[in-house]
Design a protein around this ligand. Sequence first.
Ligand code: GLV
Length: 328
Amino acid sequence: MQNTGVPKPAILMSRAVFPEVIARLQQYFDVTANQQDEIWTKAQFISHLQGKRGVFTTGGERVDAGVLAACPDLKICANMAVGYNNFDLPAMTAAGVQATNAPDVLTETTADFGFALLMATARRVTESEHYLRAGHWTQWRYDMFTGSDIHGSTLGIIGMGRIGQGIAKRGAHGFGMKVVYHNRSRLSTELEAQCKATYVSKQELLKTADHVMLVVPYSPESHHTIGAAELARMKPSATLVNIARGGIVDDAALAQALRDKKIAAAGLDVFEGEPSVHPDLLTVPNVVLTPHIASATVPTRLAMANLAADNLIAVLTGKPPLTPLNTP
Ligand code: GLV
């Protein structure tokens, strides 16, 4: 961008991000970056945001009516995440603020991770590693860490958006799994054929699946999609994997079900109230826990950050956003 003598619009990077993305944005904007990655209170977030035209968020920063009222210069919030439950979209639309997310670029990486977590959970990878590291492995035994099979089993996917479809394809085509799914709306016949997936009710899915995978976006309606009643419907040999959002699963009920062996095991990448983890989940052995890393490969995280940057550049230079969430 040429130096025209006109001051560049001010933007805020609310968390640390790749330096090359900041350098790109500095060509267009006066950038306030938080490369120390301080975790701000809401009041601190507001005070850094005041006077800014745009903000780069990473999914944890809540943008609601209070923030918007205190920051009247704001024009765009660009989330470096596909999920956007940190945004109050109606309030943003009413305040004339564009919201964008970062879909698509993370689909395959996240679907890969769903499978990694499923396999680690079903085959007890981390539990057996802890056993080995603790020096307990003194001899082989026929029933040591026997888990459940992935190939030929039934995979139940709740939430059949782009990531759910990626997981279905991996399961059906790569591992010969029978795939059933439940979603707010049914896929087209063509997409169902590509995913080799059959639509079933949630009850049917919970009853028949050997492995249940959650990929549904968080909303008040999807809060506790899996609680004690749903866990009681699953097979005692079943596993549950959550790569969606904290709050989709009732973590306390899940810890109890794992302890009581109501289901065999779980794999969780997201948690209610994260980065805090329900203390009971830390003490049950049959759960694999990862710190919200499903999209964490360098190329994918860079693509997500660049997409958020592209949205900021587009909107603040008068062009349409690439991946809008609202029409303010
Ligand atoms: C990660 O959880 C995302 O929403 O991108």
